[in-house]
Write a protein that binds this ligand. Structure first.
Ligand code: ATP
Ligand code: MG
Length: 233
């Protein structure tokens, strides 16, 4: 396993959101967290990244406990996070936004192979010098993924990458993610509510309800009717 959470609890102030999450992400696979609005999917990702402190339980990355580690160290050790809503910087250019992702690299000059990135996302080459804020939602999502990739992560976390994006671009994104899994030594932890998109990529499903994992299955044994009963859409 590249990532594992054990009995993970987290709270916003007095309000406990995660009530003991047990979840595993296997190497070179796509693991998908599903569940309806407000069950704690984003809170789980934020806790894995250290943006929210865990209250109890463990987070292991490459078999090492990381729950006490600051966020920047988690990033440097190989976890990249594309947050829900993307959070690109509107007043920086596409190129400058991508460059930020190189801060995750261990040391040396912070550069990236532009052609390699533009081969994955050609639109970012066209818009290289345009302000990030002027891109469409789908293009911003591609930009956020590009920014994560230049840090050469072992684990890429994506929180609802298809939210508010037109279907043609979501298919392009699925293709890129498939290629990355095939060609690199990378694992993906995906949060998704759109089953059609999840099905293209997912090896292993974890379903959350009220701050816990209530079901998990691999793609061969997936009960999609049951899965749908845990989704809002
Ligand atoms: N900053 C915050 N402070 C207090 N409560 C919060 C905060 N962020 C989220 N919550 C609450 O935590 C619960 C879980 O929210 P979370 O964003 O993790 O859900 P989610 O599964 O990602 O939902 P969605 O599918 O809508 O993105 C919700 O009840 C939400 O209102
Ligand atoms: Mg969320």
């Amino acid at each position: 396993m590249i990532l594992e959470t054990k009995d993970l609890h987290a709270a916003y102030g007095q309000s406990t959101i995660l009530w003991g999450v047990d979840m595993q992400v296997a190497r070179k696979q796509v693991t998908t967290i599903m569940g309806r609005n407000g069950v704690g999917k984003t809170t789980l990702m934020r806790t894995i990244m250290g943006l929210l402190k865990s209250a109890q339980g463990e987070i292991e990355f490459n078999d090492k406990a990381i729950q006490g580690m600051p966020t920047y160290k988690r990033v440097k050790s190989g976890i990249a996070y594309v947050p829900q809503g993307r959070e690109i910087i509107p007043k920086l250019t596409v190129y400058e936004n991508i460059l930020i992702g190189t801060e995750a690299l261990p040391s040396g000059p912070k550069t990236f192979d532009e052609e390699e990135i533009y081969a994955l996302f050609p639109i970012l080459k066209t818009f290289r010098n345009r302000m990030g804020g002027n891109l469409s939602g789908g293009q911003q999502q591609q930009l956020a993924i590009a920014r994560a990739l230049v840090g050469k992560p072992q684990l890429l976390i994506l929180d609802e990458p298809t939210e508010g994006i037109q279907p043609s671009i979501t298919l392009e994104i699925a293709d890129v993610l498939k290629r990355l899994i095939a060609e690199r030594d990378m694992s993906i932890l995906l949060v998704e509510q759109k089953l059609d998109f999840a099905k293209i990529l997912t090896d292993q499903y974890f379903i959350m309800d009220r701050g816990k994992v209530v079901r998990n299955f691999d793609k061969e044994n997936a009960d999609y009717e049951e899965l749908k009963s845990y989704l809002s859409v």
